[in-house]
Ligand binder design. Structure first.
Ligand code: AMP
Ligand code: ZN
Length: 139
């Protein structure tokens, strides 16, 4: 299996690691949506959020929080977007779990287009029930 993030983790291809803990490491995205766009990558090769062992999540999220704070401080950010794509349909192109941390500034011209949908009649409750039932069956 050839995975670019595994290769970076194993230092088989050069990159500049910004931070690492036991379960995650951070690098700059090579095609940034904004300057300072960071990828926070799991050390284990798991394709996406659903595959990550629960035990790894705490360290991954704590790395996300630390690196996000550092980005805010380093670039005086007004905010950032935290994104994890799951599946090709959602825009995932590398199937090794990672968060994008995308710095945001006023007038930075980055658009995450949101075409808002509207629930009608009982649809809202129906969706809520379906989700609650699915959660129940996972317990
Ligand atoms: P996704 O489309 O959510 O799977 O994100 C994959 C990201 O990895 C993209 O934003 C790419 O620009 C980025 N990427 C691909 N190859 C490299 C690399 N060698 N170093 C850093 N980032 C990379
Ligand atoms: Zn991998």
């Amino acid at each position: 299996m050839d995975c670019i993030f595994c290769n970076i983790r194993d230092k088989e291809i050069p990159s500049s690691i910004l931070f690492e803990n036991e379960k995650a490491f951070a690098i700059l995205d090579i095609n940034p949506m904004n300057y300072g766009h960071v990828l926070l990558i799991s050390k284990g090769h798991y394709s996406d959020i659903l595959e990550i062992p629960e035990n790894d999540l705490k360290e991954i999220l704590s790395a996300v929080q630390l690196v996000s704070k550092a980005l805010v401080d380093a670039f005086s950010l007004e905010g950032f977007n935290l994104v994890a794509n799951k599946g090709e349909i959602a825009g995932q192109s590398i199937f090794h779990f990672h968060f994008h941390i995308i710095p945001r500034h006023k007038n930075d011209n980055i658009n995450f287009v949101r075409n808002i949908k509207k629930y009608h009649e009982n649809q809202f409750n129906k969706y809520a029930d379906q989700i609650r039932n699915a959660i129940q069956s996972l317990k």
